[in-house]
Each structure stands twice: as structure tokens, then as C-alpha cells.
Design a protein around this ligand. Structure first.
Ligand SMILES: *Cc1c(COP(=O)(O)O)cnc(C)c1O
Length: 409
């Protein structure tokens, strides 16, 4: 396709390959399996000698259309979708790591990813958590057996931003796989490929789907990593050109063997939602900035964390690398104001988990999503007891500001 802009590309991508009956949306193919009139062709599809669908756990036409869209968004060489974002992250570890390997992860992480790393550590993989806002901490943690470095762009909930570019340079120098969870920025605000990431994670549940009506995850290979430098690729996955080795192994060893496959109905919801990703990100970023500025100016608020504020420690990196600052912010109330009382006074913002919805969502982090990890690990991640996370929606700006302000009053 021509060199169209982000939204034009996403809107018209499916049609390039032709859709049945002139349908404008890729249809929801619910068939579990796919039949062939010629049994030899069936064998040849199974042997990977020609393209085609076999059994729904490994791939489906509706899901494949979404995979192609995500690849276009990330300008990658290929994408695999999963049932959830955690399914995508889990797949990396299942397919690519072995006992004795070592990984370096940012310590500022989505809570369930943190929990997953603990599981991985219990299975014989060394895991070191570092403050990834400075590449020096990552460099100091590397070992000869380090297989990957894992970071988030804007960490949820405290919005720390990894030293994305310099970590990319470090990984390239050492031949280490660099994995970036791009969920909070989305490929509209930032492409991890530009800083040398080899694999990109997107929780499609969040901004890409965007409407809180479908779970999904994706792993995109950007083509930036040379898989011949990765020691854990099985011999039988090395028949294809090396650019495909990673995804071929992940599709077989994680998607096929563990089965966290994305349902075609969910893929359809996410694909429709993705058409307005850019429009929603522009709006939520503008709303989030206005809300962050209002909160920062209010003396009843102790701290506001939003990369768009000049007071944010990584504001410079964010301004350099991201198109805008996104929909995630968090803040702490002054002592004496109970965060539960405050949340109960909000009329529009909804107390719940999830992010990247069209509606504004709020959650008292320490008491909910980060409760299980305990006070020590919370403190190391900079999470105060009164911290409130806000996933800013697309409401009219004035209504949103008024809601948060009148609750303070
Ligand atoms: C939500 C989220 C995930 C996990 O996605 P699910 O679809 O909920 O499994 C992973 N990483 C980040 C940064 C997230 O916000």
C-alpha cells in the first residue's frame, strides 16, 4: 500500500487483500478448522510449505487480519495475537527462555507482569529488576547469559519512562533481545522499532481496542533483532529465513502449545476499535494534560505524575520520543484526605481497573491492583498508599475537570 498516514492505513488495510462479498469489515470466521479439497494441499499447509489455516488455536482469518493491522501500526515484519496482553507477555517467556538464562526487567511494571516474573524466577531463570529510567542500571545488571531486557514505555501507574533509546543502543551492542511493552503509548504515539526494540508487546485490551469490550494482546517482531544471535532457537525452526525465527518459534511453542488464542469475535471488536485509535489518543492526551495541570495547581493535591508536565522527571525524553503524552496519570492527595472518600464523590470517573477505555476510570492502586505485592515492593516502585491512577477518557474536557475539581471541593 502507498505511504498513507496512520489512520488511512488502518482503515483500508483489510481491503488491500480483498474481502469476501465486498464486505467492508473482515468477517468473523468462527470455524475451528479449515478444510482442503486436495489432501496434498492440507499436508503442505501443515508442513508450512504454503500459507493457509489449519486449526483455530494456531491462527484464524479474522485474527490474521488484525495481526496484519498491528504489524502495519508498528511497522513490523509480523505479529501474533493472543487472548490477552498477559498471554502475549507469557508467550515470550514460554517460547524463548530456558533454565539458566538471565533477564533484566524494569522494576516499574504492570502488576501482573511483575507477578509473572516471580513465576519465571521460580523456574530457574535469573531475573533482575532495575530502575530502567537510567541505562547505566541496565548495563550494570547484564551478564553473559542475559537473553533479554524488558521495559514498559510509560510505566503504569507511576508513569516512569524507561531510558528507551539508550537501552536500545546497549542491547544492539551486546546482541541482546530488547522487548518493549508499548501499551501505554500505543503505536500511534510511539514506535519502539525506532529505538531498536526487537519485540513489541501491545495489550490490545487497552487503547488499541479502546472500548473495554474485548480482551486481547499482540507481539510484533520489528525486524530489528538478528535472531542468529539468539541461542534458544530450536533447529527445526531455523528452516525459514532468520528474520522469521522468533515468531515461528513463538507461534508453535507458546500459542500452539499453551493455547492462549485470541477469539475471532474479540479480534473483530478490537479491529473496529483500532480504526479510531489516533482520534481517541489525541483526545485522551489533551484531556489528561488539562486534568494533570488542574490537579498540579490545586493545593489539596500532594503530587501529580504525568509525562506531559514539566515537573515530570522524564518529561524531556517523553517530549523527544512520543507524539503526545498519553491518557495515563496518577496523583496523591494531601494527608488528611481519604482517597476512598474522594473517589466516592466523583460522578463521571468510574472506580474500576482497566485502562485505555473511552470512559475515564480511576483506581486506588495500593488497595487493589498492587495490593498482593505488599508494602515493600510497592515502596520500591514509588507507590504511595493514597495514589490514585486515572485512565483518562474522551469525555468533554470541561465536564471531566469539573468532576475532579468538585470532588476536591
Ligand atoms: C493491561 C496491561 C497488560 C496486560 O493486558 P491484559 O489484556 O489485561 O492481559 C500488559 N501490560 C500493560 C502495560 C498493561 O497495561
Amino acid at each position: 500500500m502507498k505511504n498513507y498516514g496512520f489512520t488511512t492505513t488502518i482503515l483500508h488495510n483489510d481491503r488491500q487483500k480483498g474481502i469476501e462479498h465486498g464486505s467492508l469489515h473482515k468477517p468473523i470466521h468462527t470455524s475451528v478448522t479449515f478444510g482442503y479439497a486436495d489432501a496434498r494441499q492440507l499436508a503442505s499447509v501443515f508442513q508450512g510449505k504454503e500459507p493457509g489455516f489449519r486449526y483455530g488455536r494456531q491462527g484464524n482469518p479474522t485474527v490474521a487480519a488484525l495481526e496484519d493491522k498491528v504489524s502495519k501500526m508498528e511497522q513490523g515484519v509480523g505479529t501474533i495475537c493472543f487472548a490477552t496482553g498477559m498471554g502475549a507477555i507469557g508467550a515470550v517467556f514460554q517460547a524463548l527462555l530456558r533454565a539458566g538464562d538471565h533477564v533484566v526487567s524494569s522494576s516499574f511494571l504492570f502488576g501482573n507482569t511483575n507477578s509473572l516474573w516471580q513465576t519465571v524466577a521460580g523456574q530457574g531463570v535469573g531475573v533482575d529488576f532495575v530502575d530502567a529510567t537510567d541505562v547505566a542500571n541496565v548495563a550494570a545488571a547484564l551478564k553473559p547469559e542475559t537473553r533479554m531486557v524488558f521495559v514498559e514505555t510509560i510505566a503504569n501507574p507511576r508513569t516512569q519512562i524507561a531510558d528507551l533509546k539508550r537501552i536500545g543502543e546497549l542491547c544492539a551492542e551486546r546482541g541482546i533481545l530488547y522487548i518493549v511493552d508499548n501499551t501505554m503509548t500505543s503505536p500511534y504515539l510511539f514506535r519502539p522499532k525506532d529505538v531498536g526494540a526487537g519485540l513489541v508487546v501491545n495489550a490490545l485490551t487497552k487503547s488499541i481496542g479502546g472500548h473495554g469490550n474485548a480482551l486481547g494482546g499482540a507481539l510484533t517482531d520489528t525486524g530489528a533483532y538478528d535472531w542468529t544471535r539468539f541461542p534458544n532457537i530450536f533447529e527445526n525452526y531455523k528452516k525459514n529465513p532468520s528474520v522469521q525465527w522468533g515468531l515461528v518459534q513463538i507461534r508453535a511453542k507458546a500459542l500452539r502449545d499453551f493455547g492462549a488464542s485470541l477469539a475471532p469475535e474479540a479480534a473483530h471488536h478490537i479491529a473496529v476499535g483500532a480504526e479510531t485509535l489516533a482520534l481517541r489518543m489525541d483526545r485522551t492526551s489533551a484531556n489528561a494534560r488539562a486534568l494533570a495541570e488542574m490537579l498540579e495547581a490545586d493545593e489539596r493535591v500532594a503530587a501529580v505524575y504525568y509525562p506531559g508536565l514539566e515537573s515530570h522527571p522524564q518529561h524531556g525524553i517523553a517530549a523527544e520520543l512520543f507524539k503526545d503524552f498519553g491518557s495515563l496519570l496518577s496523583f496523591e492527595l494531601k494527608e488528611g484526605i481519604d482517597c476512598f472518600d474522594y473517589l466516592n464523590k466523583l460522578k463521571l470517573a468510574i472506580p474500576t481497573s482497566n485502562l485505555g477505555d473511552t470512559r475515564t476510570l480511576v483506581i486506588p492502586v495500593s488497595h487493589t491492583i498492587f495490593y498482593e505485592m505488599g508494602p515493600e515492593r510497592r515502596a520500591s516502585m514509588g507507590i504511595a498508599d493514597s495514589l490514585i491512577r486515572v485512565s483518562v477518557g474522551i469525555e468533554d474536557t470541561a465536564d471531566l475537570i469539573a468532576d475532579f475539581k468538585s470532588a476536591l471541593d
